[in-house]
Design a binder for this molecule. Structure first.
Ligand SMILES: Nc1ncnc2c1ncn2[C@@H]1O[C@H](COP(=O)(O)OP(=O)(O)OP(=O)(O)O)[C@@H](O)[C@H]1O
Length: 250
């Protein structure tokens, strides 16, 4: 089930944020969206989740316009994790994760338990959400998305609040989801994580007019030292082996 932005332009307030962006995302892969602050990454992800209206162009899921899908069906297909997610209800972690089943209106015990195990939340399952640390909250919210077993997982900086071990665990679960056929799209600032874990990297860049796609391809190409200099203005070079690269900046 292909997810596609077809020549979309987006405004936030009076500002044109993205101008005529087209991307075609394939399931079974991890796609990272990278770029400088304000380049439009979160806006693009929200549009792909059907949560931000496009000014021109449209988002297509399996060639159907996303805006025409019933919200419940859309929620079954696409799981979205916002950048700074708030927990509206102070429920216990287990019940928070179970909210991920709302689009199906079932208990989905197996999916809920799998999500709790995937995000290492067993020891926290009875803890009220209000008593979680930032990283624990981030894991619980991602577990809620996973519990919905969506065909597309769209996550905005899911690694940002996580410690190293939980970053690795999360990335390995996203890889498992991709291997099982889900499409995974992650906004990330950590270019080394994108280089080592993504199958494809889309780099957004902003000119004086609006955000656009500055590079799109395999991580080694999209995040070449040349593109890092061009987009972020930083001199950098990669060291290490494929899959275990580190970025040296100078
Ligand atoms: N609700 C809003 N109203 C007006 N402008 C907004 C709104 N939300 C975002 N913007 C602007 O839209 C542009 C793109 O924002 P967006 O959050 O998509 O960028 P981003 O690439 O995700 O940034 P960051 O890396 O800082 O999270 C920015 O210039 C931002 O200031």
């Amino acid at each position: 089930m292909i997810l596609c932005a077809d020549n979309i332009s987006l405004s936030r307030g009076a500002r044109l944020v993205l101008d005529q962006v087209s991307i075609r995302l394939e399931p079974g892969k991890i796609t990272a969206i990278c770029g400088a602050n304000g380049a439009g990454k979160s806006s693009l992800l929200m549009a792909l989740a059907g949560l931000l209206e496009t000014k021109a162009g449209c988002v297509l899921l399996a060639e159907n316009e996303l805006s025409g899908l019933h919200p419940q069906i859309r929620a079954q297909r696409i799981g979205y994790l916002p950048q700074e997610a708030e927990i509206a209800w102070d429920v216990a972690v287990e019940n928070l994760v179970r909210l991920g089943r709302m689009p199906y209106r079932d208990r989905g015990d197996a999916a809920v338990e799998a999500a709790i195990a995937a995000l290492d939340l067993e020891g926290l399952r009875h803890r009220p959400a209000s008593q979680l640390s930032g990283g624990e909250k981030a894991r619980a919210l991602l577990a809620r998305v996973l519990a919905g077993e969506p065909q597309w997982i769209l996550a905005d900086e899911p690694l940002a609040a996580l410690d190293l071990a939980h970053q690795q665990t999360l990335l390995s679960h996203l890889r498992k989801a991709a291997n099982a056929g889900a499409g995974v799209v992650i906004v990330m600032h950590d270019l080394a994580a994108a280089m080592n874990h993504a199958d494809r990297v889309i780099v957004l860049s902003e000119d004086e007019f609006a955000g656009h796609v500055a590079a799109d391809g395999a991580p080694e190409e999209a995040l070449s030292a040349h593109n890092i200099k061009r987009v972020w203005g930083v001199d950098a070079r990669w060291i290490g082996e494929p899959g275990a690269r580190a970025l040296i900046t100078y």
